[in-house]
Write a protein that binds this ligand. Sequence first.
Ligand code: IPE
Ligand code: IPE
Ligand code: MG
Ligand code: MG
Length: 293
Amino acid sequence: MFDLKSYLNKKREIIDTKLSSYIEGDKLLKNAMHYSLMAGGKRLRPILCFAGAEVVGGDAKDCLEFASALEMIHTYSLIHDDLPEMDNDKLRRGKATCHIAFDHGTALLAGDGLLTLAFEVMSDSPNINEKNAVKYLKISSLISKAAGFNGMIEGQILDVESEGKILSLDELEKIHVLKTGEMICASVLSGAIMGEATNKELEDLKVYAQKIGLAFQVRDDILNVVGNPELMGKAVGTDAALNKATYPAIMGLEESKKFAGDLICDALTAIESFDDKAAPLRAIANYILDRKR
Ligand code: IPE
Ligand code: IPE
Ligand code: MG
Ligand code: MG
Protein backbone atom coordinates (compact mmCIF):
# COMPACT_ATOMS: atom_id res chain seq x y z
CA MET A 1 0.00 0.00 0.00
CA PHE A 2 1.26 3.44 -0.91
CA ASP A 3 1.93 5.56 2.20
CA LEU A 4 0.98 9.12 1.25
CA LYS A 5 1.80 10.61 4.62
CA SER A 6 5.41 9.48 4.55
CA TYR A 7 5.71 10.43 0.85
CA LEU A 8 4.50 13.98 1.60
CA ASN A 9 6.74 14.29 4.66
CA LYS A 10 9.81 13.11 2.78
CA LYS A 11 9.24 15.42 -0.17
CA ARG A 12 8.37 18.34 2.10
CA GLU A 13 11.66 17.94 3.95
CA ILE A 14 13.60 17.94 0.67
CA ILE A 15 11.94 21.09 -0.63
CA ASP A 16 12.12 22.88 2.72
CA THR A 17 15.87 22.32 2.92
CA LYS A 18 16.33 23.61 -0.62
CA LEU A 19 14.08 26.64 -0.10
CA SER A 20 15.77 27.75 3.09
CA SER A 21 19.15 27.68 1.33
CA TYR A 22 18.16 30.48 -1.05
CA ILE A 23 17.60 33.31 1.43
CA GLU A 24 20.45 33.99 3.80
CA GLY A 25 21.25 37.03 5.89
CA ASP A 26 19.11 38.98 8.31
CA LYS A 27 18.29 42.29 6.66
CA LEU A 28 14.62 43.35 6.88
CA LEU A 29 13.63 42.29 3.35
CA LYS A 30 15.33 38.89 3.59
CA ASN A 31 13.74 38.32 6.99
CA ALA A 32 10.30 39.01 5.56
CA MET A 33 10.87 36.76 2.51
CA HIS A 34 12.20 33.97 4.73
CA TYR A 35 9.39 34.43 7.25
CA SER A 36 6.63 33.79 4.71
CA LEU A 37 8.46 31.20 2.64
CA MET A 38 9.35 29.07 5.67
CA ALA A 39 6.12 29.63 7.63
CA GLY A 40 4.99 26.04 7.03
CA GLY A 41 3.05 25.63 3.79
CA LYS A 42 1.95 22.20 2.60
CA ARG A 43 4.32 22.44 -0.39
CA LEU A 44 1.72 20.89 -2.63
CA ARG A 45 3.01 22.54 -5.82
CA PRO A 46 6.64 21.39 -5.43
CA ILE A 47 5.42 17.92 -4.47
CA LEU A 48 3.19 17.77 -7.56
CA CYS A 49 6.20 18.78 -9.64
CA PHE A 50 8.24 15.91 -8.14
CA ALA A 51 5.36 13.45 -8.60
CA GLY A 52 4.87 14.68 -12.18
CA ALA A 53 8.47 13.74 -12.95
CA GLU A 54 8.32 10.40 -11.17
CA VAL A 55 5.14 9.25 -12.86
CA VAL A 56 6.89 9.29 -16.24
CA GLY A 57 10.08 7.71 -14.92
CA GLY A 58 11.97 10.93 -14.24
CA ASP A 59 13.98 11.88 -11.16
CA ALA A 60 12.49 14.33 -8.64
CA LYS A 61 16.02 15.61 -7.87
CA ASP A 62 16.21 17.16 -11.35
CA CYS A 63 13.17 19.29 -10.51
CA LEU A 64 14.47 20.96 -7.34
CA GLU A 65 14.93 24.39 -8.90
CA PHE A 66 11.56 24.46 -10.67
CA ALA A 67 9.84 23.09 -7.57
CA SER A 68 11.46 25.86 -5.51
CA ALA A 69 10.41 28.50 -8.02
CA LEU A 70 6.81 27.24 -7.96
CA GLU A 71 6.70 27.54 -4.17
CA MET A 72 8.29 31.01 -4.24
CA ILE A 73 5.70 32.24 -6.74
CA HIS A 74 2.91 30.64 -4.71
CA THR A 75 4.16 32.22 -1.46
CA TYR A 76 4.48 35.65 -3.06
CA SER A 77 0.90 35.32 -4.32
CA LEU A 78 -0.27 34.57 -0.78
CA ILE A 79 1.59 37.57 0.70
CA HIS A 80 -0.08 39.91 -1.79
CA ASP A 81 -3.43 38.07 -1.55
CA ASP A 82 -3.51 38.76 2.20
CA LEU A 83 -2.89 42.52 1.91
CA PRO A 84 -5.71 44.82 3.06
CA GLU A 85 -6.27 45.94 -0.54
CA MET A 86 -7.03 42.33 -1.48
CA ASP A 87 -8.41 39.80 1.06
CA ASN A 88 -7.27 41.64 4.18
CA ASP A 89 -6.21 38.55 6.14
CA LYS A 90 -4.22 38.57 9.36
CA LEU A 91 -3.37 34.89 9.70
CA ARG A 92 -1.56 32.66 7.19
CA ARG A 93 0.16 29.32 7.69
CA GLY A 94 -0.62 29.64 11.40
CA LYS A 95 1.27 32.90 11.73
CA ALA A 96 0.62 36.62 11.38
CA THR A 97 0.48 37.53 7.69
CA CYS A 98 3.58 39.20 6.29
CA HIS A 99 2.13 42.73 6.34
CA ILE A 100 1.14 42.30 10.00
CA ALA A 101 4.42 40.72 11.14
CA PHE A 102 6.37 43.37 9.21
CA ASP A 103 4.64 46.30 7.51
CA HIS A 104 2.73 46.78 4.28
CA GLY A 105 5.60 48.12 2.21
CA THR A 106 7.90 45.35 3.36
CA ALA A 107 5.23 42.74 2.56
CA LEU A 108 4.82 44.11 -0.96
CA LEU A 109 8.57 44.01 -1.49
CA ALA A 110 8.95 40.56 0.08
CA GLY A 111 6.43 39.35 -2.50
CA ASP A 112 8.34 41.10 -5.28
CA GLY A 113 11.58 39.59 -3.95
CA LEU A 114 10.19 36.06 -3.97
CA LEU A 115 8.68 36.42 -7.43
CA THR A 116 11.89 37.67 -8.99
CA LEU A 117 13.98 35.13 -7.08
CA ALA A 118 11.85 32.41 -8.67
CA PHE A 119 12.95 33.55 -12.13
CA GLU A 120 16.57 33.75 -11.04
CA VAL A 121 16.39 30.22 -9.65
CA MET A 122 14.76 28.84 -12.82
CA SER A 123 17.32 30.38 -15.15
CA ASP A 124 20.35 29.72 -12.98
CA SER A 125 20.24 25.95 -12.44
CA PRO A 126 23.71 24.37 -12.35
CA ASN A 127 22.22 21.47 -14.34
CA ILE A 128 21.45 23.52 -17.47
CA ASN A 129 23.65 22.52 -20.41
CA GLU A 130 23.55 22.84 -24.19
CA LYS A 131 21.59 19.61 -24.55
CA ASN A 132 18.77 20.38 -22.15
CA ALA A 133 18.57 24.19 -22.37
CA VAL A 134 15.50 24.12 -24.62
CA LYS A 135 13.68 21.92 -22.12
CA TYR A 136 14.51 24.33 -19.30
CA LEU A 137 13.24 27.26 -21.38
CA LYS A 138 10.04 25.39 -22.17
CA ILE A 139 9.34 24.76 -18.48
CA SER A 140 10.22 28.35 -17.52
CA SER A 141 7.82 29.61 -20.15
CA LEU A 142 5.06 27.30 -18.89
CA ILE A 143 5.49 28.53 -15.31
CA SER A 144 5.74 32.21 -16.36
CA LYS A 145 2.48 31.99 -18.28
CA ALA A 146 0.68 30.19 -15.45
CA ALA A 147 1.78 32.83 -12.94
CA GLY A 148 1.18 35.80 -15.19
CA PHE A 149 -1.46 38.22 -16.38
CA ASN A 150 -3.27 35.60 -18.46
CA GLY A 151 -3.04 33.08 -15.61
CA MET A 152 -2.95 33.45 -11.85
CA ILE A 153 -2.88 37.24 -11.84
CA GLU A 154 -5.89 37.44 -14.14
CA GLY A 155 -7.68 35.08 -11.75
CA GLN A 156 -6.75 37.29 -8.82
CA ILE A 157 -8.13 40.46 -10.39
CA LEU A 158 -11.32 38.68 -11.46
CA ASP A 159 -11.63 37.40 -7.89
CA VAL A 160 -11.31 40.90 -6.43
CA GLU A 161 -13.68 42.36 -9.02
CA SER A 162 -16.24 39.64 -8.28
CA GLU A 163 -16.76 40.75 -4.67
CA GLY A 164 -20.44 41.47 -4.11
CA LYS A 165 -21.46 40.28 -7.59
CA ILE A 166 -23.60 37.29 -8.51
CA LEU A 167 -21.64 35.20 -11.01
CA SER A 168 -22.64 32.34 -13.29
CA LEU A 169 -21.00 28.98 -12.67
CA ASP A 170 -18.92 29.45 -15.82
CA GLU A 171 -17.63 32.79 -14.58
CA LEU A 172 -16.82 31.31 -11.18
CA GLU A 173 -15.02 28.34 -12.73
CA LYS A 174 -12.92 30.70 -14.82
CA ILE A 175 -11.73 32.55 -11.70
CA HIS A 176 -10.85 29.36 -9.86
CA VAL A 177 -9.09 27.79 -12.83
CA LEU A 178 -7.02 30.92 -13.31
CA LYS A 179 -6.19 31.92 -9.75
CA THR A 180 -5.38 28.40 -8.50
CA GLY A 181 -5.68 25.81 -11.27
CA GLU A 182 -3.06 27.27 -13.58
CA MET A 183 -0.21 27.04 -11.07
CA ILE A 184 -1.23 23.53 -10.03
CA CYS A 185 -1.33 22.50 -13.67
CA ALA A 186 2.10 24.04 -14.30
CA SER A 187 3.44 22.17 -11.26
CA VAL A 188 2.49 18.72 -12.58
CA LEU A 189 3.47 19.48 -16.16
CA SER A 190 6.83 21.05 -15.35
CA GLY A 191 7.82 17.85 -13.56
CA ALA A 192 6.49 15.72 -16.40
CA ILE A 193 8.38 17.70 -19.05
CA MET A 194 11.53 17.43 -16.96
CA GLY A 195 10.97 13.65 -16.83
CA GLU A 196 10.70 13.51 -20.64
CA ALA A 197 6.98 12.69 -20.79
CA THR A 198 5.54 11.70 -24.17
CA ASN A 199 2.87 13.92 -25.74
CA LYS A 200 0.18 11.41 -24.80
CA GLU A 201 1.38 11.34 -21.18
CA LEU A 202 1.40 15.14 -21.10
CA GLU A 203 -2.14 15.28 -22.45
CA ASP A 204 -3.42 12.89 -19.78
CA LEU A 205 -1.50 14.61 -17.01
CA LYS A 206 -2.86 17.97 -18.12
CA VAL A 207 -6.43 16.75 -17.70
CA TYR A 208 -5.52 15.25 -14.30
CA ALA A 209 -3.92 18.53 -13.19
CA GLN A 210 -6.75 20.74 -14.44
CA LYS A 211 -9.27 18.64 -12.54
CA ILE A 212 -7.34 18.52 -9.25
CA GLY A 213 -6.49 22.23 -9.60
CA LEU A 214 -10.14 23.22 -9.74
CA ALA A 215 -11.05 20.71 -7.01
CA PHE A 216 -8.31 22.16 -4.80
CA GLN A 217 -9.90 25.62 -4.93
CA VAL A 218 -13.44 24.24 -4.49
CA ARG A 219 -12.15 22.52 -1.33
CA ASP A 220 -10.52 25.82 -0.25
CA ASP A 221 -13.95 27.48 -0.60
CA ILE A 222 -15.59 24.67 1.40
CA LEU A 223 -12.97 24.88 4.16
CA ASN A 224 -13.55 28.63 4.37
CA VAL A 225 -17.09 27.74 5.49
CA VAL A 226 -16.71 24.56 7.54
CA GLY A 227 -12.96 24.27 8.24
CA ASN A 228 -11.11 24.41 11.53
CA PRO A 229 -9.00 27.60 11.56
CA GLU A 230 -6.48 26.08 13.96
CA LEU A 231 -5.78 23.18 11.61
CA MET A 232 -5.81 25.42 8.53
CA GLY A 233 -3.64 28.16 10.01
CA LYS A 234 -5.89 30.78 8.46
CA ALA A 235 -9.23 32.38 9.23
CA VAL A 236 -12.59 30.98 8.15
CA GLY A 237 -15.77 32.81 7.20
CA THR A 238 -13.78 35.46 5.38
CA ASP A 239 -15.19 34.71 1.90
CA ALA A 240 -18.76 35.31 3.08
CA ALA A 241 -17.69 38.45 4.95
CA LEU A 242 -16.20 39.88 1.73
CA ASN A 243 -19.08 38.61 -0.41
CA LYS A 244 -16.67 36.55 -2.49
CA ALA A 245 -17.84 34.45 -5.39
CA THR A 246 -17.32 30.87 -4.16
CA TYR A 247 -18.77 27.45 -4.90
CA PRO A 248 -20.63 27.13 -1.56
CA ALA A 249 -22.09 30.62 -2.10
CA ILE A 250 -23.34 29.77 -5.58
CA MET A 251 -24.25 26.06 -5.45
CA GLY A 252 -24.42 25.36 -1.70
CA LEU A 253 -22.15 23.25 0.48
CA GLU A 254 -23.40 19.77 -0.39
CA GLU A 255 -23.40 20.39 -4.14
CA SER A 256 -19.89 21.85 -3.86
CA LYS A 257 -18.66 18.69 -2.13
CA LYS A 258 -20.26 16.57 -4.82
CA PHE A 259 -18.74 18.73 -7.55
CA ALA A 260 -15.26 18.37 -5.99
CA GLY A 261 -15.79 14.61 -5.79
CA ASP A 262 -16.74 14.43 -9.47
CA LEU A 263 -13.64 16.43 -10.43
CA ILE A 264 -11.42 14.03 -8.49
CA CYS A 265 -13.09 11.05 -10.22
CA ASP A 266 -12.36 12.68 -13.59
CA ALA A 267 -8.75 13.30 -12.54
CA LEU A 268 -8.28 9.65 -11.59
CA THR A 269 -9.87 8.49 -14.84
CA ALA A 270 -7.47 10.67 -16.84
CA ILE A 271 -4.45 8.79 -15.42
CA GLU A 272 -6.03 5.33 -15.41
CA SER A 273 -3.62 4.00 -18.01
CA PHE A 274 -0.53 4.89 -15.96
CA ASP A 275 1.25 2.16 -13.95
CA ASP A 276 2.10 2.07 -10.24
CA LYS A 277 4.37 5.07 -10.60
CA ALA A 278 1.13 7.08 -10.56
CA ALA A 279 0.41 6.01 -6.96
CA PRO A 280 1.50 9.40 -5.51
CA LEU A 281 -0.63 11.36 -8.00
CA ARG A 282 -3.62 9.12 -7.29
CA ALA A 283 -3.21 9.46 -3.53
CA ILE A 284 -2.77 13.25 -3.78
CA ALA A 285 -6.01 13.52 -5.78
CA ASN A 286 -7.91 11.69 -3.05
CA TYR A 287 -6.20 13.75 -0.36
CA ILE A 288 -7.33 17.00 -2.00
CA LEU A 289 -10.92 15.90 -1.65
CA ASP A 290 -10.89 15.54 2.10
CA ARG A 291 -7.98 17.64 3.18
CA LYS A 292 -8.54 19.53 6.42
CA ARG A 293 -5.85 22.15 5.80
C1 IPE B 1 -3.78 28.44 -0.49
O1 IPE B 1 -2.94 27.46 -1.03
C2 IPE B 1 -4.25 29.35 -1.56
C3 IPE B 1 -4.95 28.68 -2.66
C4 IPE B 1 -4.52 28.78 -3.87
C5 IPE B 1 -6.14 27.92 -2.41
P1 IPE B 1 -2.45 26.23 -0.14
O2 IPE B 1 -3.65 25.62 0.54
O3 IPE B 1 -1.63 25.33 -0.98
O4 IPE B 1 -1.58 26.95 0.99
P2 IPE B 1 -0.21 26.55 1.70
O5 IPE B 1 0.86 26.72 0.68
O6 IPE B 1 -0.32 25.15 2.20
O7 IPE B 1 -0.09 27.55 2.81
C1 IPE C 1 -5.75 32.44 -3.27
O1 IPE C 1 -7.10 32.29 -3.29
C2 IPE C 1 -5.23 32.34 -4.69
C3 IPE C 1 -3.93 32.96 -4.83
C4 IPE C 1 -3.23 33.46 -3.84
C5 IPE C 1 -3.37 33.03 -6.16
P1 IPE C 1 -7.89 32.59 -1.93
O2 IPE C 1 -7.77 34.01 -1.55
O3 IPE C 1 -9.25 32.03 -2.10
O4 IPE C 1 -7.08 31.66 -0.92
P2 IPE C 1 -6.91 31.79 0.65
O5 IPE C 1 -8.20 31.23 1.21
O6 IPE C 1 -6.66 33.21 0.99
O7 IPE C 1 -5.77 30.88 1.02
MG1 MG D 1 -7.93 35.79 -2.67
MG1 MG E 1 -7.26 34.93 0.25
